[in-house]
Design a protein around this ligand. Structure first.
Ligand SMILES: C[S@@+](CC[C@H](N)C(=O)[O-])C[C@H]1O[C@@H](n2cnc3c(N)ncnc32)[C@H](O)[C@@H]1O
Length: 377
């Protein structure tokens, strides 16, 4: 299995819908990753992806920019030894909970412990309450986060990952647009007539949403009998050593703008680094982002070049599978040519799709580049 070199650790005006899986995941038809509201999640496309991935001959796979891990979860459900990697710390926790973890579930006792009021001798950290007052959540909710996060941090690795993943889902459910890209709590608190029902979810208590997410996450844990791993590295630092690499890069539009994941989900990054968070806040911006390296793949000027470089780095991998958009930059023709230059047979398959969060429609595309297998003997 591929090992990372290091283990370092404009949004639509429309309300966002929860994304659900589109089809059962053969061969384990009962396996479904939990619902999520993550931008660009492939959850609703897993059936389609499975249709194409299952035609390929491979035993191990790397999901190099795995987001919340839905495709890595699919690969795991297909019985492959799977590495799920993402540059974001929060996604690393999700991948650890759903892909790396094969056996542990968060117990009812652990959940009760996480939700208890402060104990008399418990240190009361207040980074969210003091730094993010009026920014993303209500005061009581900020205190809830300050209380639960240090407790989550004390759990053992797989339990911690399930708790973090569940907390992230609760946070996303309570946010307008399910993002942290703007200081916009007022969108939630304003007394205005609304034509959509998200307000109801925003006002559900954290405790309830968290427990709901834990139940869903627990139910998704399974063992495929293989070793699976999660890692948190820049994709360029991962030397892929699996039979297949799956790339689902940030979508760079023709006009050059890209969704910036580290900016949109910075608050979740902060939750994973509660002790150090205060020192890593960029106070020059109103939404107080947790400072993180910007991905070269999201860079307006050099993103297209960076993607070509990343694909070039996969030259020796047997199967290269790229999820892409018909209006993406570089064009599909350019990517196809590049894969062919690696002596691959290339298939390009199109599926009409609308991202849960998309502003402009563009078709979902899959490029599958396979190197001819050597015949021995
Ligand atoms: C389109 S999303 C992937 C969605 C994922 N397939 C899913 O189903 O949830 C793109 C992901 O690329 C990650 N990313 C962006 N630049 C990266 C880099 N240089 N290295 C690793 N991950 C990166 C982002 O954090 C984001 O999670």
């Amino acid at each position: 299995m591929g090992q990372p070199d290091s283990t370092k650790r404009r949004a639509s005006k429309a309300p966002r819908a929860e994304v659900k899986s589109d089809a059962p995941l053969a061969p384990k038809a009962d396996r479904r990753p939990p619902t999520t509201r993550y931008q660009g999640s492939k959850l609703s496309l897993l059936g389609w992806l499975h249709e194409h991935l299952s035609t390929l001959d491979f035993d191990s796979a790397t999901d190099l920019m795995c987001g919340t891990g839905s495709v890595a979860y699919l690969l795991k459900s297909m019985g492959k030894s799977t590495l799920a990697n993402d540059a974001l710390r929060a996604n690393f926790q999700s991948a650890r909970a759903l892909v790396e973890n094969s056996t542990e579930q968060l117990t009812t006792g652990q959940v009760s412990g996480l939700l208890e009021p402060y104990a008399a001798d418990e240190a009361q950290l207040s980074v969210v309450a003091s730094e993010y007052d009026g920014v993303f959540f209500l005061p009581d909710e900020n205190r809830f986060l300050d209380r639960i996060v240090p407790r989550i941090a004390r759990l053992s690795s797989a339990s911690r990952a399930i708790a973090f993943h569940s907390l992230f889902q609760a946070c996303l459910m309570k946010r307008p647009f399910n993002l942290f890209h703007r200081k916009n709590l007022h969108l939630r608190t304003a007394k205005v007539a609304r034509s959509f029902g998200n307000k109801t979810t925003w006002e559900r208590p954290f405790e309830e949403l968290f427990q709901r997410a834990v139940r869903e996450t627990n139910a998704a844990v399974f063992d495929n009998g293989r070793v699976n791993q999660a890692s948190c590295s820049d994709a360029f630092a991962v030397r892929v050593a699996t039979d297949l690499v799956y790339l689902d890069p940030p979508y760079l539009r023709a006009k050059g703008s890209s969704f910036r994941y580290a900016d949109a989900y910075h608050f979740l990054e902060g939750l994973t680094d509660h002790d150090e968070w205060q020192t890593k806040i960029d106070r020059s911006k109103k939404h107080l982002p947790y400072r993180a390296a910007q991905s070269s793949l999201e860079d307006r000027k050099h993103g297209a070049e960076a993607l070509s470089e990343l694909i070039e780095a996969q030259r020796s991998v047997q199967e290269v599978v790229v999820s892409y958009r018909s209006a993406g930059v570089p064009s599909i023709e350019v990517l196809e040519k590049q894969l062919r230059s690696q002596h691959r047979k290339v298939r390009v398959v199109h599926k009409a799709n609308r991202y849960a969060l998309a502003i402009h429609d563009s078709a979902e595309v899959l490029l599958v580049g396979s190197r001819p297998k050597r015949v021995h003997g």
